[in-house]
Design a protein around this ligand. Sequence first.
Ligand code: ADP
Length: 519
Amino acid sequence: MLLPSRSWSTWALWLLGLAGLCAAMVPGRGTLDRAHVALLLLLVVLGGSAAGGRALGVALAVVAFLAFNFFFLPPYHTLVVANPLDWLVLLVFLITGVVAAQLLDHAQSEASAARRRAAEVDRLAALGAETLGAGRADEALTAVTRVIRTALNVAECDVYLLDVGTGSLRRAAPERAGDAEAPGVARWVAEHRQAAAELPDGTVRMAAGAGSSALGPLLEQSASARALLVPLAVRERTVGVLRLAKPDGIALDPAQRRFLDALAYYAALGAERVRLSAEAERVEALREADRLKDALLASVSHDLRTPLTTIRALAHDIAAGGEERALVIEEEALRLNRFVADLLDLSRLSAGGVPLDVELNVAEDLAGAALQRVSGLANGREIRASLDAAEPLLAGRFDFAQSLRILVNLLENALKYAPPDTPIELTVRREGGDLAFAVADRGPGIPPGERTRIFEPFYRPLDARPDVGSAGLGLAIARGLAAAQGGDVTYEPRDGGGSMFMLRLPAADITDAQHAMEG
Ligand code: ADP
């Protein structure tokens, strides 16, 4: 057994001490009782085991046993024992010395294990405080890596964050310069959720699992790993990779490996916090951009209305004087005015600021008003209207003027997009808690890929006819207005070709309606 130099000097010191004690006692051995000698020698054995551990304690016990026999039991300077009872004294002395050395060593190793565990708990508590105390998510992660670096005594500690969307793995909060892109082995570790060790010769060894128990055999086989990579996971989801590096090799004892597990979990929580806060920032930025857009839309459309009204009034006056081109100006100003009004409505709808007057209304009134409104556009085209005959009175709770606007828009679209020689149908019936107004045409219909997009503001298909003079706001406003009243506007392809747009509004019970009318 090779001992470090400090141990050699401890051994030499205690053996010398023992020799010194014997030398001091030899002149008075005739008067000293055996018990005195034995107790003094035992004192040296105990002192030696406390200072130098079990091996020194046992060695001192054996040497003291021999010295006791040689110097203090007659006949002196021989290992012969004259009185057979002295054998008993010697044996008891030897056993006491060895057992005391063992006990002392055991107690000491328990104390030092307890101290180590207390230090671990201390460091974990510090880590917890660092993680929770940091105001910003990336600062918390930096604090965690700092604690890991000092706790495990490594030169570098990096956390690579996995971006679930793009699958990229980049170093978080880079404190030091250098490539933020993760090395290939880190990507492997994230993908397979298995730890790995980089050896001094540049080769990589993969562990059989993710945790410290998997790293154990790996570290024992490969005497000194240059870097260790551990996958970071929160609730079964990989969030990144922890990489520890030390040029002269990382040696971790089982306790430190256990500790690494706890630390890796803190790092994983830190990584997850960074991801969540980045997401929250992105959502907040989008919301802010949306708010800005709405504010811009509202202010531009508002500011455009006054000059447009002036232009229309002037053009009207000039046209009255016989200038025909002024009529075109008036028409265009009117169209622009409608567009600006739509823009204003759209911005109000997204801000939830459209005033609504929801009350009990009869479906027949709404259908009748809508048909009358579009009769000018129909150009003699047939619009077949039918109300469900099974229901004596179809009624609902909705804002009459806004619902009229929706229905007129749907009918206008049908007139606009369906061929002139095809009929248009408007049917009204009750469907559960809804009043359903269906506007059906035999036009081209909407291709499957565009069926949700037609309800987005400003959406116009690529092959849209440029001459219809619209901006793709109609259906977005219609759906927004219906939703504000607890209803909806949807599209369905019509059996036999064409489109069917359905406006649903909350129905009211007939007795309610009768009550209101009677009252
Ligand atoms: P626009 O004011 O441009 O008509 P809308 O929001 O009302 O805007 O409609 C969006 C798009 O949906 C239109 O450009 C058109 O392509 C399509 N569309 C709407 N109604 C019909 C319909 N009845 N038949 C076919 N296509 C339609």
